[in-house]
Design a protein. Structure first.
Length: 278
């Protein structure tokens, strides 16, 4: 999706918005679709259940009754952690207008639920006042420190430096923070030097929890990735194909990647903060 193209927006009604999840005890998604249009986004699988004529990243269903539905669900739900968001970015730009994630986060914290926020958008800084230090965690995703690469793979997300700003501001406000390094871009942001820089920045930002993820060939992802590679990195297309679809090649790649990740984490003195590795 081109960075200046606006998504097709539809207002929809939902029956539930707080759902059981393996990422937290619950997940919260106030939108279907995401205007960030990340090329590698695994949430593209949602189009199997919510068909749209537009490509992923070019549509957004706004669950206009999400706060009201959540309020009813909270009357019976047992307090726990809520991953926000698992199938969209809760703080994508149209959230500035709708404020659905903000209203839902206020309800969650008022009822004693912990919000585990993960976003690529600096808009989350608007909502630190409705989250609760000591209860909720604020996190961001970084796939690369190279702004040009980020703009290609994550065309409508906040610039990388703004995402580091999220972590600094949240830490200064007393929040526990997290970062997801992933999916790392094979042969572009997964080398030892790149990983050393990523973990060095995490140490500098005093990040509490770190996950690392590898590129995956999840449903509907490879066509989008392949198209970008053909256009921008044609010499890498065949290598990505083998890495994602040839099991022996993938196994060897992941083994080597894990070793590089742990080396970088040790070098930065924060290996104990590494919560997940591919």
């Amino acid at each position: 999706m081109e960075a200046d193209r606006q998504p097709v927006v539809r207002e929809v009604l939902c029956k539930s918005v707080l759902n059981k999840s393996s990422l937290g005890e619950y997940s919260l998604n106030c939108y279907t679709g995401c205007e960030h249009a990340c090329v590698y986004c695994y949430a593209r699988f949602m189009q199997r259940f919510h068909p749209h004529p537009e490509p992923w990243g070019e549509f957004l269903d706004v669950k206009v009754n999400a706060p009201e539905v959540l309020e009813k669900q909270l009357r019976r739900a047992v307090p726990g952690s809520v991953f926000t968001s698992s199938a969209c970015d809760g703080w994508q730009q149209l959230e500035r207008q709708w404020e659905l994630t903000r209203r839902c986060c206020r309800l969650l914290t008022d009822h004693g639920f912990a919000v585990l926020a993960l976003t690529k958008n600096a808009l989350i800084l608007r909502d630190l006042d409705v989250l609760r230090p000591g209860l909720s965690r604020v996190g961001t995703t970084v796939t690369t420190l190279d702004e040009r690469l980020a703009a290609l793979w994550e065309p409508r997300a906040s610039p990388v430096e703004e995402r580091w700003g999220i972590l600094r501001a949240a830490k200064d406000a007393g929040f526990e923070t997290s970062v997801m390094f992933g999916p790392l871009l094979p042969f572009l942001s997964d080398g030892q030097e790149s990983l050393d820089e990523l973990f060095g920045r995490a140490a500098e930002a005093r990040v509490d929890v770190i996950w690392v993820d590898a590129m995956n060939a999840r449903p509907r992802v490879w066509p989008a990735v392949g198209q970008l590679l053909h256009r921008e990195f044609p010499d890498l297309h065949e290598q990505y194909g083998r890495l994602l679809h040839h099991e022996p090649t993938r196994t060897a790649y992941l083994d080597a990647l894990r070793a590089r990740v742990r080396r970088a984490a040790r070098g930065a003195g924060i290996e104990s903060r590494l919560a997940g590795c591919p």
